[in-house]
Design a protein around this ligand. Structure first.
Ligand SMILES: Cc1cc2nc3c(=O)[nH]c(=O)nc-3n(C[C@H](O)[C@H](O)[C@H](O)COP(=O)(O)OP(=O)(O)OC[C@H]3O[C@@H](n4cnc5c(N)ncnc54)[C@H](O)[C@@H]3O)c2cc1C
Length: 403
């Protein structure tokens, strides 16, 4: 196997000019790119992350971390950091309109992580980036943007600009696009991204928590549409409400009014610390591997955020991809063979997770007053099916054909 020696002249925050060997270049320092770097380094594969933003995100966007991701973080030696910062959601209470139906318990999950961890995405990324820095202070290069690349049978020639706008070239053996939904890596490789927008739209906000739900989640299936709420750090709570149409310029008052109307809960007078309107989409790349270019995370798949599994799905990619790349760089096994395994397996898992997310979303749509939904919910919550629901919500058995 030929190791390609690359020379990088990127003036970064450490003000240094570096020359090093980088078999794997990761584009994007979001949750997927940072986690992949940790997984690869754990397996002894040299890599580097380039991230266009000079400063980390401050947004709380994604909050749910599921047990399979916590298992991966345990393996990486960083689970404790998440557990110290996050809130363990051990059960969720379900309402139909204003009637209490029962609760879904996560105690039926395999130990040790019998809960979903709530932690804002900004904290998640900062824990991952700090862990990267501890491995190697130059593992993540901020302020460096991918501009274009060309691949041939020997490697990939990557054109980037640094924070001073200077053009640089990097040569690597494998280029991994963890650059999100609009992935330039994917577009440049000509990989089709099939999918569409759902008609569903939501309003989401973080407020001071004045409810009595404590560390529990709450979900209301209301005839006018779903209301969900989850505990957040610092005594706050995340609220997500289904809306009739996309609200361009949302206000706290609109969200508070919808919550009151559907649940009877009054949110506090104080303003939200985050308020956002969003629509939902589903997309899947036709392949996750094309020659020496690989996709992971949102660059490869986008699923509905209802159910909160998109970021976790990216981490599952990292675990499998790091294994396959470690084989590639550690033995003489054929490059295409190990990576096509990654593409097939993770595409299957992404499709499955996408279907589960779609089901979650459809359950939360508005409905005419009817007894069938009431009956179905009773059945799901008050019988052993509850256990299956808990497993589906927490990303258990993904990749198994029967579920
Ligand atoms: C409202 C909402 C709520 C959500 N809640 C959850 C949840 O609770 N749980 C969950 O699992 N998921 C959730 N998700 C999904 C989750 O946020 C995404 O799946 C996750 O952020 C994807 O991570 P990523 O690293 O693949 O991509 P991104 O987070 O998009 O990161 C991509 C990175 O690549 C960088 N980049 C892009 N282009 C370039 C370039 N040319 N050069 C260099 N860098 C580049 C970007 O700056 C960015 O930092 C939610 C999503 C939404 C919209």
């Amino acid at each position: 196997m030929a190791i390609v020696v690359i020379t990088i002249d990127v003036i970064d925050e450490y003000q240094m000019t570096t020359s090093m060997q980088i078999p794997v270049l990761i584009v994007g320092g979001g949750p997927t790119g940072l986690c992949l770097a940790l997984c690869l380094r754990k397996k002894g594969v040299e890599c580097m992350v380039i991230e266009q933003n000079e400063t980390p995100t401050v947004h709380s966007r994604s909050i749910g971390i599921h047990p399979p991701s916590l298992d991966l973080f345990t393996h990486l030696g960083i689970a404790e950091r998440f557990l110290e910062e996050g809130i363990k959601i051990r059960q969720g209470h379900a309402y139909l309109n204003r009637s209490y139906m029962g609760s879904i318990q996560f105690s039926c999950l395999p130990p040790p992580h019998q809960y979903v961890l709530s932690i804002p995405q900004s904290k998640t990324e900062s824990i991952l980036e700090q862990a990267c820095k501890e491995v190697d202070k130059t593992l993540v290069r901020r302020g460096v943007s991918l501009q274009s690349y060309e691949q041939n049978s020997d490697g990939v020639l990557v054109h980037v600009t640094n924070s001073l706008g200077e053009e640089q070239q990097i040569t690597c053996e494998v280029l991994v696009g963890c650059d999100g939904k609009q992935s330039m890596v994917r577009e440049n490789a000509g990989i089709a991204f099939h999918g569409s927008r759902y008609p569903d739209t939501y309003l989401m906000g973080d407020f001071e928590d004045t409810t009595s739900f404590g560390d529990d989640a709450m979900i209301t299936l209301h005839q006018d549409g779903l209301v969900e709420s989850f505990p957040l750090e610092s005594g706050r709570r995340r609220w997500v409400v289904k809306t009739e149409a996309y609200i361009t310029d949302p206000s706290d008052e609109e969200l508070k009014q919808l919550i009151h109307q559907r649940t009877g809960i009054d949110l506090p007078e104080v303003s939200s610390t985050m308020l956002s309107s969003f629509g939902v989409q589903h997309f899947l790349a036709e392949t996750f591997v094309k020659g020496r270019v690989i996709l992971a995370g949102d660059a490869a798949h986008v699923i509905s955020p209802i159910g909160g599994q998109g970021m976790n799905l990216g981490w599952l990619d990292c675990d499998v991809l790091a294994d396959e790349l470690a084989k590639r760089f550690g033995t003489t096994s054929k490059y295409e063979e190990s990576l096509s395994k990654y593409s097939h397996k993770q595409r299957f898992i992404a499709k499955q997770a996408g279907k589960r997310a779609e089901w979650n979303m459809k359950m939360g749509r508005s409905f005419q007053r009817n007894w069938s939904k009431y009956g179905m919910l009773q059945l799901m919550i008050r019988t052993p099916i509850q256990r299956v629901l808990a497993q589906l919500f927490t990303m258990q058995h993904l990749g198994k054909w029967w579920i």
